[in-house]
Design a protein around this ligand. Structure first.
Ligand SMILES: Nc1nc2c(c(=O)[nH]1)N=C([C@H](O)[C@H](O)COP(=O)(O)OP(=O)(O)OP(=O)(O)O)CN2
Length: 179
């Protein structure tokens, strides 16, 4: 990365997941305290020069609001699953409805908007469904893709998202972003 300013905001969420294809313990349903970091830089390399964000890339508070809306609100205390994980998803189908039709509707939503977030499930379990395994890498890319337009809009085109980092444990992280 070239010389210049970046800012990074961190949030933490608790969520469950499983990696269905994993050959060992990660195929079991389990949870993490995910730490998610978003790093931004000024589009033109300079800090804002007027207004309430004078001297800033982007107000940390604005960045937090976007991360809370796009990461925390749909995923915190939820279960993050791949839509290919049909056996687990089927267990969460709301009682009294056709499970196959419910899975088909979920798949349609994921295909249309890249994810499905719902609590209309068995036990009201909060569910976040994505089209790939919920590894740290895939989640970093997914949250990057959700936050990228939000950062541009919130900064009125003055800041851009450089990368999203997902800490799955205190020792393991994945990064996704521009080179
Ligand atoms: N490249 C990746 N490898 C693994 C991922 C991943 O998302 N990307 N995920 C897992 C599991 O989800 C698992 O929960 C984490 O694995 P692991 O580091 O082995 O878990 P520990 O509890 O032993 O972590 P410590 O930090 O050492 O306590 C596996 N691999």
């Amino acid at each position: 990365m070239s010389e210049g300013f970046t800012i990074t905001r961190q949030i933490g969420i608790d969520a469950g997941h499983r990696i269905p294809d994993h050959g060992s313990k990660c195929r079991h349903l389990h949870g993490h305290r995910y730490v998610v970091e978003a790093t931004c830089r000024p589009v033109d390399g300079t800090l804002q020069a007027a207004g309430e964000e004078n001297g800033m890339v982007l107000d940390f508070g604005f960045l937090k609001e976007e991360m809370m809306a796009h990461v925390d609100a749909p995923c915190d205390h939820g279960l993050i699953l791949s839509f290919h994980d049909e056996e687990v998803l089927a267990m969460l189908a709301p009682p009294g409805i056709d499970t196959g039709a419910w899975l088909e509707e979920l798949r349609g939503t994921v295909c249309a908007q890249g994810y499905a977030a719902t609590e209309e499930t068995r036990l009201g379990q909060k569910l976040y469904v994505i089209p790939f395994p919920p590894t740290a890498e895939c989640l970093a890319r997914h949250w990057y893709e959700r936050l990228d337009p939000a950062v541009s809009a919130r900064s009125r085109g003055k800041a851009e998202l450089v990368k999203v980092t997902v800490w799955e444990t205190p020792n393991c992280r994945a990064d996704y972003g521009v080179g």
